[in-house]
Unconditional design. Structure first.
Length: 448
């Protein structure tokens, strides 16, 4: 941004916008909508999913094994972790989130066919909307294209059940295509690489479509497609309290259109404290790999983790990224499932040693934090500990990690929008207390 004028706001930005932390305590402000013990402020009710990570007993928060239930069904049961006859689950999970019940074979077949029929984009959309003035971040393009698709919908302001469901399904279908096309458009514009524009293949699952469009030779194994399908399921929904789902509730409560709502959710997910956190995990893991000579040596790995905890390494924040979660304490079921499938894919390949290193980081991190800080905290690996590793095994570039999250979460966002439309009834408007308790006298400009 240009301009040579001197503006005091640049110099005084921090002082102008600072509020004494003591005031937050005095007025019992729930910063981040969090209670003092770290639990979330109860802001609503939902029948979509339940994220369980601890129990409250006699007013105390106690650690517990993590559970994620979608519409009452345990995630482990939905994914059929050990079932060899199941290849793809994302479409079934998506149906469950939107429709509230598991589909029959015919209902699932019809739903898959409906998704398949919606993948086509409007004529000229790729050239005029995706390849034109393409910004360097895929998430921004996803948000922009959703907003632009509003213009191609003659009934964009329709709030009927039929239109809400059809809009959601069209975006669930189209976002994976838009994501891959955008990836290559960015590579072509900024890296002078070839613009690969594979057509989607009718009849392929969402996971297969992504791999088929992404890979230049269009080839992938059933195991790779199954692994990506699992990743889509793990990211499809995670309660109403996460930032992007809450964003969906907030915008829906204002009675704005579906396209504006989903674009805003993507803007939230892009945040480095939300969906973008996986980049921090991958970067930290890379630093550990580069600086630990013997990955099999516990002492060497623990020593470098100690440097990270003591703010001497990586980003000097003292955080071990990939460990800990706002809700989960003893285990994150998404991480457990992700790890289990990742191990199957890694064993016997060049990735096995790296997988064992991540296992070691997961095991040693709580011990290192206890030894270095003297505090014991219930801490488990979260899904980001292994998700980036899985994507790397699949040859998926890092630029697509968060966009893949967005493609998967479209189903969850849609479910939360539907629930807010039917049950919310009131615009979400929390209170903010002004720190100016007394009126300030106005001073004419020539007297200041």
């Amino acid at each position: 941004m240009g301009g040579t004028q001197k503006i005091d706001l640049y110099e005084n930005f921090k002082s102008i916008n600072s509020i004494d932390a003591e005031k937050y305590k005095r007025y019992d402000v729930k910063r981040g909508l969090r209670n003092a013990d770290g639990t979330g402020v109860l802001a609503g009710l939902t029948g979509i999913s339940n994220v369980h990570g601890y129990v409250m007993s006699d007013g105390e928060k106690r650690a517990d094994e993590g559970e994620l239930r979608l519409r009452g069904y345990d995630l482990y049961d939905l994914l059929g972790v050990d079932a060899k006859d199941r290849r793809f689950n994302y479409e079934e999970v998506s149906y469950l989130l939107l429709m509230g019940e598991l589909p029959t074979e015919q209902q699932l077949s019809d739903y898959i066919a409906t998704i398949d029929a919606q993948r086509e984009l409007p004529d000229g959309f790729t050239a005029s909307m995706i390849m034109r003035d393409t910004p360097p971040d895929i998430m921004n393009v996803l948000a922009r294209t959703i907003l632009l698709l509003y213009a191609y919908d003659e009934n964009a302001e329709d709030r009927s059940v039929q239109h809400e469901i059809s809009t959601a399904i069209s975006l669930i279908s189209r976002l994976p295509r838009i994501m891959v096309l955008t990836y290559y458009a960015i590579r072509a514009r900024y890296n002078n690489e070839s613009m690969i524009m594979h057509r989607f293949i009718p009849g392929q699952s969402t996971a297969e479509t992504i791999l088929s469009m992404l890979r230049p030779d269009r080839q992938f194994t059933p195991e790779e497609a199954r692994m990506l399908d699992i990743m889509l399921c793990l990211h499809a929904e995670h309660g109403g309290g996460n930032n992007s789902s809450f964003t969906t509730h907030v915008l829906t409560s204002a009675d704005t259109d579906a396209y504006s709502t989903y674009a805003a959710a993507i803007g939230s997910l892009k945040g480095r404290k939300h969906g973008g956190a996986n980049h921090q995990v991958l970067a930290m893991q890379k630093e550990i790999k580069d600086n630990v000579v013997n990955w099999e040596n516990d002492d060497e790995v623990a020593a470098y983790l100690a440097k990270i905890v003591n703010k001497q390494a990586y980003d000097k924040s003292g955080l071990v990224y990939g460990m800990g979660h706002a809700v989960y304490t003893l285990s994150d079921p998404r991480a457990v499932i992700c790890k289990r499938f990742a191990e199957k894919l890694a064993i016997g390949t060049e990735f096995e040693a790296e997988f064992r290193l991540l296992e070691k980081i997961e095991r040693l991190a709580p011990e290192v934090i206890l030894n270095e800080k003297g505090t014991r905290k219930d801490m488990c690996a979260n899904v980001d500990m292994y998700s980036g590793f899985v994507y790397s095994m699949l040859g998926i570039p890092e630029d697509l990690f968060t966009p893949l999250f967005a493609c998967a979460r479209m189903s969850g966002w849609a479910a939360h929008r539907f629930e807010e439309i039917v049950s919310g009834k009131r615009i979400i408007r929390p209170a903010y207390k002004s720190i100016y308790s007394k009126k300030r006298a106005y001073i004419p400009v020539d007297e200041r």
